[in-house]
Design a protein around this ligand. Sequence first.
Ligand SMILES: [Zn+2]
Length: 319
Amino acid sequence: MLCRLWRVIGARAPRRLAAATLRSKPAALSLRRAVCRQTPHLFLRGSKVLPRTFRGVQRHEIRGMIGNTAPLASIRAHLEEHGMIDDSHTGDTPSACAAECRDVDHLLEGVRRFKARFYDEAPALMQGLVEKGQKPAVLMISCSDSRVDPALLTGALPGELFVVRNVANLVPAYAPDDGLHGTGAALEYAVRDLGVDHIVVLGHAHCGGIKAMLATAGGERPPREFVGPWVEMALAASRLHLPAEDGEQREMPLDHLKAVPFLAERASILGSLDNLMTYPWVRERVEAGSLSLHGWWFDLESGDLWVTDAPGTPLMPAT
Ligand SMILES: [Zn+2]
């Protein structure tokens, strides 16, 4: 009954019916139950049905947060139309403590909020992920940098992103030897077992790994055991650029890259996309059209994102 009501309201009912229904407290409660039962990606909030931690939400107001799965499109469109989507809850509210606290207590509080949100309020999502397993559409290869978190940046829900993070978001070229290949293992599992549809290499401005690479190339290798050899793999690709005049790839002078390191950051993303194509099972799926490669560069200063959807094509502003 409730599910049928929801389908009617979400998909076909006139606006006034839906609006009137959502203004009613008992109906809001029923609707919330129906939605939570039917849609694991969505929960609704109304002041009378909220636990204490969520007081402060306006009376009769219903807030929702949903993912982008196709079956929910009509629901999301309806809620958006009526201003009932609250996407601010896709990330935790920043606290004054975030940049300064050196303990882990405030992080435990974050885990408690996560539990309240995904286990107490809308348990269907996590239950589904436990019972059916994960089936993410996207593998994100991003930097370990604390300022650029893929899930926070994209507002992804649990189960949406398969993530591997390393210094400078680098993909080594295919090398099936006895070495310990952490990035290769994650890549292999995502592509061959999980069957992701997209791979995104996510780089960013002010990348310490790229700075270390440029310093190493200039003869100032950092006195560290692992960082230097790791980031050096990206040097050749980071120096290659396409001048606008003739389209030929040229090597950029090191001094210029040091002065404008975002050029190296973006070029190294293209290098990682090229390296992805050296993995035979990646190339095979890309050529078959079942896997897409994307390069993203996040401008830490402005919040803008630059993207390319094709290896060898320069990144361009997208936001
Ligand atoms: Zn970085």
